[in-house]
Write a protein that binds this ligand. Structure first.
Ligand code: SF4
Length: 132
């Protein structure tokens, strides 16, 4: 990730009010933020199975953390965090900067930016800006 992109991600004052169509020309920095997910998201992503709902939370956590897409579990929020690659991108972001699991993506991703660090705003950056 380029330095300028990280500055935009870190400074909420630089975020843009979201409107329909904004994603079409965006670099997709929202997929470079940590993504917190619930057990149901991991089941939809087939990291866990329905069977896990019958197991203890401890067993669910243990099995989820075996998967390379899951980096940690936070007891205070009872949420898992998806793994970020060395450049900060989500485990599921492909080389074309598209979500490889779009149909099954977590609720956090579905609800962004209504729910997020600055509701209604996103870390918009045009692709042309990124190349400059
Ligand atoms: S799961 Fe998909 S939409 Fe969500 S952050 Fe990862 S690549 Fe982006």
């Amino acid at each position: 990730m380029k330095k300028n992109s990280q500055i935009i991600l870190d400074d909420l004052n630089l975020w843009t009010k979201y409107k329909k169509g904004l994603c079409e020309n965006c670099e997709g920095l929202c997929c470079y933020m940590p993504v917190e997910v619930k057990t149901v998201d991991l089941i939809r992503l087939k990291i866990l199975s329905d069977f896990h709902l019958e197991l203890s939370q401890r067993e669910q956590i243990k099995d989820a953390l075996k998967h390379s897409a899951v980096s940690r579990y936070t007891p205070s929020t009872e949420k898992f965090t998806l793994t970020q690659k060395p450049d900060g991108s989500c485990f599921f972001l492909d080389s074309q900067k598209r979500c490889s699991r779009y149909i099954d993506r977590p609720e956090t991703c579905r609800n962004h930016p209504e729910v997020g660090p600055k509701p209604g705003f996103c870390a918009y950056q045009t692709k042309s800006h990124q190349k400059a």
